[in-house]
Design a protein around this ligand. Structure first.
Ligand SMILES: Nc1ncnc2c1ncn2[C@@H]1O[C@H](COP(=O)(O)OP(=O)(O)OP(=O)(O)O)[C@@H](O)[C@H]1O
Ligand SMILES: [Mg+2]
Length: 253
């Protein structure tokens, strides 16, 4: 299994409310399709929720428990919005000839206190074996302790990453940047403390920790991952094909 995340910061306008960026979605779909047609197979694609997730979670206050009926309705509305975005991404991939199938995490993941507790990975594996491209996304999922919780696309990547051979995360920056805006080529557990001074708080635009949250999910994995700018989709395509591109490599050591 190979993993590609399409960040919510590229496929949506994160400052808006349920605003998709169709041009960016199309451009990414084209590059992914080129790599896929160039025999780069076995990909599971995960997309972020962007403005179809984060602002709803903040507005409805469902980041710390979904207990009463009003919160359950908010869970439903947020899940629905995430699926709406997924249909757009899935249709764009299908239009380019990639047989993507959108699989809502709400149907195959259960969390416990915000961390994935069970995950029907067999379903994903079966789709992969049959030649499809499973498309997962940041979603609301049932939670054994909290009633419901956010499961970020980054957490899905981190979970599946334990058995992945290649991991790429496309977001709206060239990689992890230092204070002068230069790309930090490599982040490891040993330099994480040092580079964390460059990680800015995303305010309320990202309820799962933006770049800092992403790095924490990735630094535990045995397989290295690559954070690349999805606004230059040719870089995503290059990495998918095992070629070099400007990015940050994240590795345990
Ligand atoms: N030092 C840093 N280097 C790079 N990005 C940083 C840094 N500090 C904070 N960030 C923020 O992290 C953001 C990327 O994380 P974010 O979670 O918002 O993107 P995403 O994963 O594409 O979105 P989503 O979570 O919706 O999928 C960047 O847009 C930037 O604003
Ligand atoms: Mg994020």
């Amino acid at each position: 299994m190979k993993l590609l995340k399409l960040g919510g910061s590229i496929i949506t306008n994160k400052a808006g409310w349920k605003e998709a960026n169709l041009k960016n979605i199309e451009n990414l779909a084209k590059s992914v399709a080129k790599a896929w047609k160039n025999s780069s197979r076995d990909w599971v694609i995960v997309h972020g929720a962007g403005s179809f997730g984060h602002p709803l979670v903040v507005k409805y206050k469902i980041n710390d428990g979904v207990k009463n009926t009003a919160q359950k309705l908010s869970f439903a509305l947020t899940h629905d919005a995430c699926m709406e975005l997924s249909v757009l991404v899935c249709s764009a991939l299908n239009a380019e000839g990639v047989p993507a199938i959108s699989i809502p995490p709400a149907m195959i993941i259960t969390s416990k206190n915000k961390r994935i507790h069970s995950f029907n990975v067999e379903l994903i594996d079966n789709y992969l074996k049959s030649g499809y491209v499973p498309l997962l996304f940041g979603d609301m999922v049932p939670d054994l302790e909290l009633g419901g919780s956010v499961c970020s696309g980054d957490q899905v990547i981190s979970y599946l990453g334990k058995s992945a051979e290649q991991i790429i995360l496309a977001t709206n920056v060239d990689g992890v940047l230092d204070d002068s805006g230069k790309v930090i080529p490599m982040v490891t557990q040993s330099n994480f403390n040092e580079i964390s001074k460059h990680l800015k708080d995303s305010g309320k635009k990202d309820v799962t920790g933006a770049m800092a949250g992403k790095l924490k999910e990735l630094l535990e994995l045995e397989t290295p991952s690559y954070i690349v700018n999805g606004l230059t989709p040719e870089r995503v395509e290059a990495l998918m094909l095992g070629r070099e591109a400007l990015c940050t490599k994240v590795a345990k050591k």
